[in-house]
Write a protein that binds this ligand. Structure first.
Ligand code: 6PG
Length: 247
């Protein structure tokens, strides 16, 4: 596994860098395998990048017809809810690009039974990737991740049982939020060819320092668990945050 840290001046440069990585990896995946499969991060940080991807030139120039979009995690809400990670990406990007609807693989956060929704997503992953649902986890070309102020990533929060799950998708209760989430687990994330974290703003300095420079304690700082054995990890960080974290 290779780890690369890229500092960028501000939020706009962060968005531009993420767009560039998406374009580069989409081109490579389509050339090598005829398809680009990506899992999106939720939250607010990637929204500006998604908005750029939903506009010219990217909305026309990227291989959307060969792209399949998934999510790294989802909140327990319907797809039209303001907190929905699906809604954020759909409004900013997916509604404006020529991607086939069947290639948009939404996690059903609205389900009454979120464990069933997690199981349903596992089967959808297996079908989309053309693999055995009881076999080795899917290999994403790119997984986008963010990091919370206490070091969570996707919906893998401190002390979450999902951190050690052998299942591809879990729906853990998150005590810190007082709600459940649906999330890909490390067994999937760590099979990716490439993982790109984008982290900015303030208030994450201590967690970022602990994750990147501290002792290995992923139950306390879940983003530390991300380390694709055959893949690469890049942290794209706003300068001020990286400076404050000493990374
Ligand atoms: C979510 C995300 C989550 C996010 C971090 C950072 O559903 O909230 O998947 O892991 O990436 O919480 O969120 P911000 O980008 O809003 O700081």
């Amino acid at each position: 596994m290779s780890v690369r840290i890229t500092r960028v001046p501000d939020g706009s440069a962060l968005a531009e860098a993420l767009v560039e990585r998406w374009a580069e990896m989409a081109a490579r995946a389509v050339e090598e395998r005829g398809v680009f499969r990506i899992a999106l991060a939720g939250g607010t940080t990637p929204a500006a990048a998604y908005a750029r991807l939903g506009q010219a030139p990217w909305a026309e120039s990227l291989p959307w017809e060969r792209t399949e979009v998934f999510w790294g995690d989802e909140r327990p809400v319907p797809p039209d809810h303001p907190d929905s990670n699906y809604r954020m990406a759909h409004e900013a990007m997916l509604a404006h690009v020529p991607i086939a609807p069947e290639n948009i693989h939404r996690m059903r956060g609205e389900a009454r039974e979120l464990d069933a929704a997690a199981e349903e997503y596992r089967k959808e992953l297996a079908t989309a990737f053309g693999i055995d649902p009881d076999g080795a986890p899917p290999v994403f070309d790119l997984i986008l991740l963010g990091m919370g102020p206490e070091g969570h990533t996707a919906s893998l929060f401190p002390d979450s049982p999902a951190l050690h799950s052998t299942r591809w998708v879990e729906a853990p209760f998150v005590p810190q939020l007082g709600m459940r989430r649906i999330t890909l687990t490390p067994v999937v994330i760590n099979r990716a060819r490439s993982v790109v974290f984008t982290v900015g703003g303030r208030g994450k300095e201590a967690a970022l320092s602990a994750v990147l420079k501290g002792p290995r304690e992923p139950d306390r700082f879940p983003a530390q668990i991300v380390g694709p054995s055959e893949g690469s990890v890049e942290w794209i960080l706003e300068e001020a945050l990286a400076e404050g974290a000493g990374v």
